[in-house]
Design a protein around this ligand. Sequence first.
Ligand code: GDP
Ligand code: IMO
Ligand code: MG
Length: 429
Amino acid sequence: MANVTVIGAQWGDEGKGKIIDWLANRAEMVVRFQGGNNAGHTIVVGDKTYKLSLLPSGVVQGKRSIIGNGVVVDPWSLLDEIARVSAAGLKITPEILVLAENAVLVLPLHRELDAMREEAAAQKIGTTKRGIGPAYEDKVGRRALRAIDLMDPATLPGKIERLLAHHNVLRRGFGHPHADADALLKALSEIAPKITPFLGSSWRELDAAKRAGKRVLFEGAQAVLLDIDHGTYPFVTSSNTVAGQAAAGSGVSPRDIGTVLGIVKSYTTRVGEGPFPTELKDDTGERLGARGNEFGTVTGRKRRCGWFDAVLVRQTVITGGVDGIALTKLDVLDGFETIKIATHYELEGKKFDHLPADANLQARIKPVYESLEGWSESTRGARSWAQLPANAIKYVRRIEELIGAQVALLSTSPDRDDTITVKDPFVGR
Ligand code: GDP
Ligand code: IMO
Ligand code: MG
């Protein structure tokens, strides 16, 4: 099966949505396998812009789209999103969209707990306040409600009681009133008939696709540096974002996830708190943010910006399982006289060729840069390698050398078609 798995290789917002939409043209199925509506994937097609949080990016091209079991799903948010994209002209029916029956639900009490914690914390994570962390906690704690539970609302009261026994203790601790069990039951009973038509089996869909020789595209959200195991803990999201999760989060063999494409921005950004060695809190950082339009898709927060950090991406290529990369937003660097790349870190005379696991060290290490000559020409909208200035090519080649992975795709604008193919990811590793 010539499948492709797309993951973010930095701190998110690398342009996964754009690349997945572009690849979806040649896939028959698109599958989300982790995260929830903390994701914001932007797809630009001509004069239309779609912002997707829960819906797999395959819906833009009308491809069969699966929300896998590894995703945590806020059903109200899902319906809002369906309404929003339907108004923009997309058709979201049970023929297009399947929601895994064993996916965990994000409830209003998860959003509330997320917000209570963020507000009370001295050291905030800077979450999206969508309830993602609390929902995954309940999943692992074996007390979560799942999509399948909506099929039989008569069983909900007992499940809600079990869940609230846990949550009400936490809420009391924060000085908040208990959650209203009756209101939750009513809300879930009301939404159930709107969600259940989409329920299905992710693993069976994928098994059927495999038997029929169909191509599947696995869509990651967030990115490896936000991975609960491999990211900058505790400033991470609450799921595994590495390629291996595509298998567990959808119900396929790890052998069937295909070529792993890491999406890499030509510089670095991060939303929320946490270490960021190459962050630029100066005019250059502002310039990157302004040229790259670096504002969060979900929360509208300003993204922190900095130079490309080759140490981080060299590491995420390994931990994420990346076979090749899609390098995005090269056009944002147009016009910079000098462009810097961090090649390693230093602290108190000691050299680091990787990001140390200790959060304290992560906050203190200093990047060591090499400088490359920029280019004054525009790369925006370039659709062939030949259209790129020599210094832009040098920059790309140097990144490949430093991270130990090759560029398969290069993106030069938000638009779907402004993409250069160097090596077709569907052809294999
Ligand atoms: P995702 O979360 O990884 O899907 O990325 P987001 O959609 O949150 O953020 C990426 C932003 O960059 C979006 O606004 C895209 O439209 C935009 N974008 C993607 N690729 C390019 C590119 O090559 N050049 C420019 N200038 N913008 C891009
Ligand atoms: P996409 O898929 C960038 C960040 C939040 C916060 C941390 C934890 O669009 O790349 P959470 O709400 O998940 O508990 O927040 O993770 N974060 C993202 N940053 N892009 C995303 O998704 C993100 N999803 C979560 O800002 O720092
Ligand atoms: Mg995003």
